[in-house]
Design a protein around this ligand. Sequence first.
Ligand code: ZN
Length: 364
Amino acid sequence: MIDYDVRASDDSSKSERPFDPAEHPHRRRNALTGEWVLVSPHRMQRPWQGQTEHAPPQTAPRYDPSCYLCPGNARAGRLTNPAYKHTFVFTNDFAALQSDTPNGVMQRGRFFLAQAETGVCRVICFSPRHDLTLARMDPPDIRQVVDTWAEQIEELGRDPQIGYVQLFENRGAVMGSSNPHPHGQVWATRRLPTEPSKEDREQRAYFTRRNAPLLVDYLAAELAAAERVVVENDAWVALVPYWAIWPFETLVLPRRHVLHLPELAPLERDALADLLKRLLIRYDNLFETSFPYSMGWHGQPTAGDDYAHWQLHAHFFPPLLRSATVKKFMVGYEMLATPQRDITAEQAAQRLRALPELHYSKRR
Ligand code: ZN
């Protein structure tokens, strides 16, 4: 395990100027995954000659008779949604995982290994209203979503066949979301998926060395640095992580050590609803559009109990870069070598922080 030294390395024989990460290309290490991102702040000066068109205005009805998520409507296979009032959870009609898959491993020689994977895929409707998003829901209604998330972790976590529960939301057509009705998903699997597995490894290694959870120490360092924090309240902080890859990526962290969502006290759940709303309004206000993103929660695995190194957190990965329609693509060098960004995490945080907390649709 490498312990990174904080001093700037003195290689000044090569250059007159000292290394300045606000100006010079550099790479940053993601403490949570052990991976790196290339940051190129000098490129922000180059002229933009790509797409600049505006997004079409978004006007959705409160109820859409053709939406398979609206209350009372028909879904696949003769199923009908109830007249739900807050949140509504159902098993995905086209689930990627099934709970009755027989357990087993098939290996043929050195290269051909398959393991059976069991699991459950569910859809969570956040609201009966077809036209809302989390950003435009009222905090008491967002609180219902927080409670539903926690209930799903608790319920699925009791199943001995389930080892990890992943909650996520794909928001917006640009992220491949097929339906604008506000909804998220929960996929629960027997085994630990790839991203939580990297985070488990790095958090465990840090805890072994320092006897403290990595993200608890990281939040303390971020609050001391005060460069990348976007929104905060009594219980929560949202910040652009030092190692962010997506232009306006954020990490949402509780102020205290929490292993997973079901542990949150009622006041912490209210505070989370408040923080999410304030963060998501900023996102929508940035380019005056319903901001697309993939978001999801990471917390301790549900099988086993050796997880004191874990800290609950949410990631928001929004793809937009310069306007409502100009998106960052992960192509070329990023697919083949290392993710890269131009705007620094500090500049992104500064821009998000400066935005108003009144949704742009209410200013007109
Ligand atoms: Zn994570």
